[in-house]
Design a protein around this ligand. Sequence first.
Ligand code: MN
Length: 747
Amino acid sequence: MISTKVTQAEQERKEILKKYRALLRSCRHKLHKSDKKLIRQAFELALEAHKDMRRKSGEPYIFHPVAVAQIVAEEIGLGTTSIVCALLHDVVEDTEYTLEDITDEFGNTVADITDGLTKISSVFDVTGSIQAENFRKILVTLAKDVRVILIKLADRLHNMRTMDVMPRHKQLKIASETIYLYAPLAHRFGLYEIKSELEDLTMKYTEPKTYKAIAKSLQETKRERTRYINEFIGPIKEVLRKQGFHFDIFGRPKSISSIWNKIKKKGISFDEVYDKFAIRIIIDSPLDDEKANCWKVYSMVTDFYTPNPDRLRDWISTSKINGYEALHCTVMGPKGRWVEVQIRTRRMNEVAERGYAAHWRYKDDSPSDDSALEQWLQKIRDLLENPDSNTFDFIDDFKLNLFYDEIYVFTPKGDLKVLPKNSTALDLAFEIHTDIGLKCLGAKVNHKIAPASQRLNNGDQVEILTSRKQQPNQQWLDQVVTAKARSKIKQALKNQRKKIAQEGKKILNNKFKQLKISFNSANLNQLLEYYQVKTNADLYYNISTGNLDVNDLDKFKKTGDKLNIATTGKPETHDSAIEQEIKKTLLKNSNLLVFGENSNSIDYNLAPCCQPIPGDDAFGFINKVNELEVHKANCPKAIKIISKYGNKIVRTKWTKEHKIAFLTGLRITGLDDVGIMHNITNVIYGELKINIQSITIESKEGVFEGSIILYVDDTAHLEELIKRLKAVNGIKSINRLEEGQMNKLLR
Ligand code: MN
């Protein structure tokens, strides 16, 4: 017995050392002796600290920090300090070692970063939900030292890669956080590879069936694709060689999640997605000639294939905020297919793959401050300064700024300003200066007068018009997309509200005097209770705006200078429209069973946002009014819910028997033929006896497109219907409607 144990321990030791050596080999730059010593020291401390711990998979825990360190070194390309921190990232949180121990052995920088990493992990893991205040903490840490977030991304990536052994509800929770926060962060830092992998891994867990189906289709069509790519790049290769370029050229498959997004967005089938890959050309070029050389390559490509003038992106003249540089164009390839071509130099490629890390990798392992990234971080610091941002709104505002495409506009003097796509003149006004934003009346866009709400386009020249009399109003919030504008407008509205409330307080005070009751908290509290408002300020505000009538007070009973509302009786209350809706849904579905954590049957309602049907991959969420809300696992709203209220998520299972039908929708396209409508309805009504709620068909030039809303029993029922419809002559494609499309039709 003992001997086998020894052998197993021996084997694990060997395995650990093997992984450690692989880590050292993956360091992208030459390690000095002192670097090696530091890494060794961190490894030994981590090994000792985690020695009695195992991962859920049964492996020694140390596998995890070593793997994270390897991602940090190899895939993000960071230096020694970051590798050391990655090795130590779970030590303080999970073992008996303290931050002081780390400081003593590795100094302040390593200790600060490790501390930041510990703080971040506690944001999600203890309560299972993102708390606005904790979210702020992440950003504070991030703004201090970017390496914290980069290592955290590596940590998350490794956890996502090794999530198979986790229970399903944990997988869903971790995946949701990832798509909500970490993938956008990776994007923002220009880590495209990591971002794509995080998105794909998320999909693997939230939509396993679709994920597998697309992966399989990709595999099956690989040969055909390779043949096409070779045909496409053949002539380009030849001419590049003739011109003396050193280069790599290859076709790169797009990620599964991006293909899936396209299918959903355009309502097409896998076969109809043509750009499942992009052609990438990477050239060697001296720094000074980079731009000229890339355009030279562009010119050679378009000698062979006609470019689409609407699809040319020059991110060399002005790089993206996250540092991305390249030339993208779409050209007409063989067989009349559009093909995307990405042209970049070896250096640009490095930046594209490893993000900003590539910039400072050689610079003593610390971020440089002249970068556009630094500007972005400055924006976050600005946001953080807003004392009122301790809310979920803040998270949403921040998210808005994480994941945007940029547009470039010019001031009258010709200064370039970068804004998120869909920004308005009002956004630009706030971008220039808060005071200009608050007084913004409108703008001149390309010398023409335009409202402040006008959306700006790339290349617009914009002059902001202001008025001293102008004041922000509630509608402004719908007219801006930048976090800065939003938070400044909110702040201004809050100040306005304060002033209005002061008026209301005066009015109430006078009324109290008139009725000879004291203006004290006992009396005020009774009013709060009676009108169901939370704070005195809210009470004053509503009085000032006329929402509440102070003359109501006349009817209340009094005892001396005291109000005595309790004896007056409650005001009538009505359920809100939403509450009624929920009750109706609950009633309608009360004969259905969903199993929660403890297998008790309980009432639930189907989330109207995604309309799940039995058989769909789904989960339940206990909402604010303590009801179980069932969402599809891929519902975009659900993702937000899970990441905020992870602890309220319950596993749900569809029961086998259910007697009522579920509403769902299909989008059908095909050739407009006499009799096709008859054939479709015949399948639906006649063969399967399915009830249709509505059909809309549009027909144009011999092609029809239609949406059918109908009731089915479950996914199997739906699949049977789709199968039979596909067999109808003339039908080209059938897809299930996505939530947004369906809600539009139901409205
Ligand atoms: Mn970890």
